[in-house]
Structure formats: structure tokens, C-alpha cells
Design a protein around this ligand. Structure first.
Ligand code: PMP
Length: 356
């Protein structure tokens, strides 16, 4: 079956594992595009309150969270599907709308979960070539066949950080046949520093599914909560394959609180922007090429076997992410951290590469 051929998703190495295996202290993790500020305080307080309800099942329909999201996005609650992280939502899309014999299109260097969910349901992946490390929408359009059920597009993309302008996506949506679903994965959209808004497109394109997450800019990766916005009929079908209590009560409460914390979001953007500048300046000083990124990470060409550099960084107590499994064997993806974390990474990297 498809499952035997699956390449497992490789998560960032946990800090504790590194401390034990390598005996390093003061480990910093810049490997999973997490928020370096830690969680929003309001969310921590909300979790403490919700913990008192731990003996009870969560609200399986996520009433309060859907209401808050409906307000934020100006959509109806029936357009929202909640997931145990947006990965869960991506999987629901695949399970609800495709199966054996169907085709699912995504790009080279695109988020690994698209391939995993495609193979898990026995569908055939159709992988288009990248253009400047990002998406080639014309190539994707040409790849559509009578068997195509879903197209996955991450904007910004992980692991390359590339970004497609909204007008290009809109033109693309106009060309895609209505029976093909387009998943616009906006896990990093909050980092764009602009009021990016693809949500109104939902009115024109009933085959559009926008996915978002609380794991990145909202600082709740460990609680696992994400969602999609779509036409209500699409949401209805996704809900039929959803596990009944897929988002915990702690996660739901924290997400509602996080939505209300605008100051945290702004601080997140500020820290990210400053950290991005710091890393880019460091790479330029070392003469390293990098892929310009719009997200909370950046992918740099170390011009040698990146896995070896990754391993040496581990000995220095710095966890980053090699991206050879994304077809980029000489690149490392580093998440933007706090200023001192970024500096430790840059110092360790320049020591290892002998570039100052
Ligand atoms: N989409 C993209 C593009 C991502 O990079 C990630 C996180 N690695 C996700 C979705 C899933 O994140 P989560 O399940 O934590 O919402």
C-alpha cells in the first residue's frame, strides 16, 4: 500500500534529546519555525482556567473559537473547520476529497505534509518543478488532469520562504476548473507585515480552502490548533472525516485568548523582522547565498553537505533543520530566534564554515 512507501515527516530534534545525546548545555532550537517569544500571556492564563475542565471532553464543535474566528475573518462559523494543528486540516482535505487513483498536485520544495497525506490515502502525487525555489503556477496549471482533485499551495512556502503575490494567485484561481480544490496554506501569513487578505476570494471561488495555524505567529505550536476557511459545503464534508474531539479544550481556550492579543502579534512581527535582518546581514558577511524569505525562517546555502554542518551545529548546541528531504542538500533552514539566539547561530556557523 501507499503507507509502506511513505517517507516519515522529520521533526526538529527536541532540545532534551540533544542535551542527553551530545551532552551539550544551553541548547537553542531554531528548527521548527516556532515563536521565540514563548506563548502569549493571555493564552497561558486561559489554559490555566481551562485546565479545571480537563475531566470533560472539549466542545467538539469549537463554538467559542469558531465565533472568534468568524468575527476576525468576517465569515460564517459554518465556513470554519478546526484541526489539531493545520496538518490535521490538510489531512482532512485529502481524506474527504481524494482517494486511490486520484491525483494531487504540489510543487517541488513544498511543505512535506502534502506528499505524506497524498500517499497515505493512496492518491498519486504530481510534483511540479519550482521556479526560483518558489511556485510555478503555470506549471501547476498545466499539470491539471481529469484525475486531479486537489492542489496544495503554501504562501509563504516552507521550507523556502518564497511568496506569491495575491494577484497571481487570483489569476490562477480563475483558471482552475471548479471541481479541483485549491488549498492555500497560509501558515506564515501573519509575518507578511501587511493586511494580506485572501479570505474575500472565498465568495468567488467555492473550490478554495484557506488554512491557517496558531503554531507560528500566535505562539501555540505545542497545543496543536489550526483551521480552514472554505465554502460551507466544503467545510461540511471535511467535518465528516474529522475526529470528533480533535482540538483539546486547553487549545481552544488558548486560541481564543491569543486572537485577542494584538500587542503580542505586533511584537512577534517586530522581533521577526529584526531577526531576519540580522541573519541576512550575517549570511552576507560570510558570503553565503540565501533564499529571500517572507516567513519566520530563512533557508541558506552553506555550499557544502548541509547535513554535516547541521551535525556540527548540534555539537555547538544549535538545532536547525537540514532540508535535503526537500531536494535542497546544501541548504539549512533556520527559524528566526531572539537576537542572542540568532547571534549564537551565526557565530557557530561562521566557525564551522571558516567564513568570518
Ligand atoms: N503548513 C506549513 C506550510 C507549515 O510549514 C506548517 C508547519 N511546519 C504547517 C502547515 C503545519 O503546522 P501546524 O500543524 O502546527 O498548524
Amino acid at each position: 500500500s501507499g503507507v509502506a512507501n511513505l517517507q516519515p515527516y522529520v521533526p526538529g530534534k527536541p532540545i532534551e534529546e540533544l542535551q542527553r545525546q551530545y551532552g551539550v548545555r544551553n541548547v537553542i532550537k531554531l528548527a521548527s519555525n516556532e515563536n521565540p517569544l514563548g506563548p502569549p500571556k493571555a493564552a497561558v492564563a486561559a489554559v490555566a482556567m481551562a485546565a479545571k475542565e480537563m475531566a470533560r471532553y472539549p466542545d467538539g464543535n469549537g463554538y467559542a473559537l469558531k465565533l472568534a474566528l468568524a468575527e476576525k475573518h468576517q465569515v460564517a462559523p459554518e465556513q470554519i473547520t478546526l484541526g489539531n494543528g493545520s496538518n490535521d486540516v490538510l489531512e482532512m482535505v485529502a481524506r474527504a476529497f481524494a482517494g486511490a487513483g486520484d491525483e494531487i498536485i504540489f510543487s517541488e520544495h513544498a511543505f512535506a505534509v502534502y506528499g505524506i497525506v497524498t500517499q497515505a490515502i493512496g492518491a498519486s502525487p504530481v510534483v511540479t518543478q519550482a521556479k526560483d525555489y518558489g511556485y510555478d503556477l503555470d506549471a501547476i496549471h498545466k499539470a491539471i488532469s481529469s484525475r486531479t482533485k486537489i492542489i496544495f499551495i503554501a504562501n509563504p512556502n516552507n521550507p523556502t520562504g518564497t511568496w506569491l503575490e495575491p494577484e497571481k494567485i487570483k489569476l490562477f484561481l480563475e483558471k482552475v476548473p471548479e471541481k479541483v480544490l485549491v488549498v492555500l496554506d497560509e501558515a506564515y501569513v501573519e509575518y507578511l507585515n501587511m493586511e494580506e487578505n485572501s479570505v474575500p476570494w472565498l465568495q468567488d471561488f467555492h473550490n478554495l480552502i484557506i488554512t491557517r495555524t496558531f503554531s507560528k505567529a500566535y505562539g501555540l505550536a505545542g497545543l496543536r490548533v489550526g483551521y480552514s476557511l472554505s465554502h460551507p459545503e466544503v467545510a461540511d464534508l471535511m467535518n465528516r472525516v474529522r475526529q470528533p474531539f480533535n482540538v483539546s479544550n486547553l487549545a481552544q481556550s488558548a486560541a481564543v485568548a491569543a486572537l485577542g492579543d494584538e500587542a503580542y502579534l505586533q511584537q512577534t512581527r517586530d522581533v521577526n523582522q529584526a531577526g531576519m535582518k540580522q541573519l541576512v546581514a550575517g549570511f552576507e558577511k560570510m558570503g553565503l547565498q540565501y533564499i529571500p524569505s517572507r516567513a519566520n525562517f530563512i533557508t541558506v546555502n552553506v555550499h557544502t553537505n548541509a547535513f554535516e554542518v547541521y551535525d556540527e551545529l548540534l555539537y555547538e548546541g544549535v538545532i536547525v533543520r537540514p532540508v535535503a528531504n526537500y531536494g535542497l542538500p546544501q541548504h539549512l533552514r533556520v527559524s528566526i530566534g531572539l537576537a542572542e539566539e540568532n547571534q549564537r547561530f551565526l557565530d557557530a556557523l561562521s566557525g564551522i564554515l571558516g567564513r568570518g
